[in-house]
Write a protein that binds this ligand. Structure first.
Ligand code: PLP
Length: 374
């Protein structure tokens, strides 16, 4: 039995490996479930004539981003310049950096990225745009920019009343090409009442549609109107004026999306396998996966196929389970599989996705952009 790989991205070709062959804890993708989720989101955006630019901040893998493009995505949304660099290096050129890029070092890298890829960057203030324009002119390139509009999340973004004026100024700058607007309705994902959620999302995204119409009326082309996360995409895709959606984490799904955002049509494709390492009491077990392996803050993890186990307390390297009924038979050395509370923040704790079809290991994908925070 092979327990370790010298280079974990290289699978031995002469052996079929199963979950039992891997040491724990490890992060696993169920490929068939992930592909089914991807097909569903991709078709679900097409049905509404909206394009899909899935966020890569969770998977951080150009292999996955390329797979999503093959399944219909137009490119990737990134949270960091470094993520965009990794995606372009991996062959996904049409990358939206849904963030503000500031500082000489990053602007130099952005100009370089414009040579090999086709990035889009967010702006919400001329103090980001002016140095960007200068840096792009100096490098002899043009970078696409979109305005991030604050549609209620109150994180970044100019107020909708200021979009037109900012767009006029951006449109006149050399070295940058004004391409549209975006907003993120992240503050509306967890509204419980579905009618209220629908109407709040309508109201928020109407601000983007109105801004886009104002720009078009002035003769400023507004090709991109981007928004949307997994927790809202079913509603956001049907709003007037939206051209693309950023929903990313839905390809893995997790407890947060299901329990708090009421997303129910996607399957749980991401799990962590852990070993029971301690049994301090008849109704208690300790696993070798704590907060450094699984993100449990937004929503607790669950144990696959076991409603007789409650995931209780987590510390850095220990997870504590409460065992009920038959689960009290579990012994030290046995394994369980957990669905993370929040997939996004769980992935970034790991170097590799172990990719399975059924119980067979079919691939190992590195999270290449993990730790690349600049
Ligand atoms: C700008 C932006 N877009 C989209 C999303 C949604 O991402 P996901 O679909 O992975 O939940 C987020 C989440 O934080 C975000 O910050």
């Amino acid at each position: 039995m092979i327990k370790q790989f010298i280079n974990p991205t290289t699978l031995p070709t002469d052996t079929t490996l199963t979950k039992a062959d891997l040491d724990t804890p490890f992060l696993a993708i169920d490929l068939d479930k992930m592909d089914a989720n991807v097909a569903r989101i991709s078709q679900g955006t097409k049905d509404f004539n909206v394009q899909w630019r899935p966020h890569c901040k969770g998977h951080k893998s150009s292999i996955i981003a390329s797979r999503l493009v093959a399944a219909g995505a137009i490119g990737a949304t990134c949270a960091k310049l470094a993520e965009a660099e990794v995606m372009v290096r991996g062959g996904v050129n049409d990358v939206l950096i849904a963030n503000l890029i500031v500082g000489e070092a990053k602007l130099k890298r952005l100009a370089n990225l414009c040579q090999s890829g086709d990035p889009i960057v967010c702006i919400d203030h001329m103090d980001q745009a002016t140095p960007m324009s200068e840096a792009m002119v100096q490098a002899g390139v043009e970078c696409r920019v979109i305005i991030e509009v604050n549609i209620g999340l109150d994180r970044v973004g100019c107020s909708p009343e200021k979009t037109l004026e900012l767009a006029r100024q951006l449109h006149a700058l050399p070295g940058i090409q004004f391409a549209g607007i975006m907003g993120y309705e992240g503050h509306l994902l967890t509204i419980e009442d579905q009618d209220e959620k629908r109407s709040e999302i309508e109201n928020a995204l109407r601000l983007l549609a109105e801004n886009a119409a104002q720009l078009q009326a002035e003769g400023i082309p507004c090709e991109i109107v981007s928004c949307g996360g997994t927790g809202s995409y079913l509603l956001s895709r049907m709003q007037d004026g939206i051209t693309e959606l950023q929903a990313g984490g839905g390809m893995f799904m997790d407890q947060f999306y299901e329990q708090q955002c009421q997303v129910t049509e996607l399957q749980k494709a991401l799990t962590v396998t852990a070993t029971i390492v301690g049994r301090p009491g008849a109704d208690r077990a300790i696993i070798d996966a704590g907060k450094k392996t699984l993100h449990v803050e937004y929503e607790p993890a669950i144990v696959v196929g076991r409603d007789d186990i409650v995931v209780d307390r987590f510390s850095a390297e220990h997870g504590e389970l409460q065992l009920n009924g038959d689960a009290q038979q579990l012994k030290i050395g046995e394994r369980i599989e957990l669905v993370p509370g929040y997939a996004d923040m769980t992935c970034v704790l790991h170097d590799f996705f172990y990719v399975f079809q059924g119980d067979t290991l079919v691939d190992i994908w590195p999270l290449e952009a993990r730790g690349l925070l600049q």
